[in-house]
Design a protein around this ligand. Structure first.
Ligand SMILES: [Mn+2]
Length: 352
């Protein structure tokens, strides 16, 4: 493996890649696993799952994330050992970057997604490996294991470990983290998992001891009353439906969020609700942040939420699940959104 972003890039989907990687992982070393800002269940689940497995193999492993993860992930085994950049632990984190032998990037496809960790990553000069399922990414690391046909990076971590002949090192903690990651990116095994192999991985993780029902409960049934009331408000008072575009959106300002005592992660999943309305194929959630408007976009069928986000909202992601941002006010963001929809009218209305 090579050092810099511009050096040789080797896909693990080649025999050479696998044999080099196997050798690499046999000697104990210091590994730093990093993932994207606003980490979701797949980001944290894949990173922690890897940490448990590589630790068992004999490596010294740390996980660092750019900002804190939402409350519904804090129960994951090993979560309390994650180093979070926004807790003013930058000094500790730069030591981790300096002292590791290998950096594993999980669940993102461009270094910009690292937020505050990006400069540390770019300056690290370490050997690097990327495991990811986002489409059209730049394989920016020395090694990469990328498969956009998979519903989650956590599933790819399982396949990676299996392919490396390390499956015996997957314990119940790792299995729990990986199944949590699979469950969150597939919204409880409902979307992005219409291929039989994913259920073989789920079955394998359950046999190791992952408790599917408990994981589902911890992720989906541990909300606060305030979060449920905010959801109720979003759907009954705030959601706007544009039937001529088969589109619906929710736009929450900071003052609206505050009036429901919003906590990080509370709006997670809101964007999926409008898609349950007959005839709606495109749903967007706008949430006001301190200095920009954040967008979550979901679509059904072949409407490319990622291309839409990329073209107009500085974002990207998957075909049916993408993110973006808008530097301006909520009104400007929503006006812009409504004004560009017409360009997609045919694509939207021909979708089911
Ligand atoms: Mn993911």
């Amino acid at each position: 493996m090579q050092n810099k972003i511009t050096d040789r890039k080797l896909s693990l989907n080649t025999e050479l890649g696998w044999s080099e990687a196997r050798e690499e992982f046999l000697k104990p070393c210091k590994i730093l696993i990093i993932t994207h800002k606003n980490p979701d269940g797949d980001a944290v689940g894949s990173a922690l799952g890897l940490k448990w497995i590589l630790g068992r193999i004999g490596h010294t492993v740390n996980v660092a994330i750019p900002d804190d993860s939402p409350l519904f992930l804090k129960w994951l085994p090993g979560h309390n050992e994650i180093v979070v950049n926004d807790r003013k632990m930058t000094a500790d984190i730069s030591t981790l970057f300096n002292e590791c032998d290998l950096i594993i990037c999980a669940d993102f496809n461009t270094p910009e997604r690292l937020g505050g960790l990006e400069p540390l990553y770019r300056e690290s000069g370490k050997r690097t490996l990327l495991i990811d399922h986002h489409p059209n990414g730049d394989p920016f690391t020395g090694y990469n294991f990328i498969d956009p046909t998979k519903g989650s990076t956590s599933e790819l971590v399982y396949l990676f470990i299996e392919k490396m002949n390390f499956a015996e090192h997957i314990g119940v903690e790792a299995a729990t983290c990986l199944l949590a990651g699979i469950m969150t990116d597939t919204v409880g095994l409902k979307v992005n998992c219409s291929y039989p192999e994913v259920f073989e991985t789920v079955a394998a993780l359950m046999r190791i001891g992952a408790d599917k029902d408990r994981i589902y409960h911890e992720i989906y049934n541990t909300h606060s009353a305030n979060r449920m009331r905010l959801l109720g408000y979003s759907l009954s008072k705030n959601m706007k439906i544009l039937p001529e575009y088969k589109t619906a959106y929710i736009a929450l300002t900071i003052s609206e969020l505050n009036s429901y005592h919003h906590r990080k992660g509370d709006t997670e999943g809101f964007v999926n609700y409008p898609l349950a309305i007959a005839g709606i194929v495109f749903s967007v959630l706008f949430t006001e942040q301190n200095d920009h408007i954040k967008l979550s976009l979901r679509s059904t069928g072949d409407f490319p939420a990622n291309k839409f986000a990329q073209k107009y909202f500085l974002g990207g992601g998957h075909l049916n699940a993408a993110g973006g941002r808008f530097p301006g006010t909520m009104k400007e963001a929503v006006d812009r959104f409504e004004s560009v929809l017409d360009e997609y009218k045919e694509l939207l209305t021909s979708n089911r």
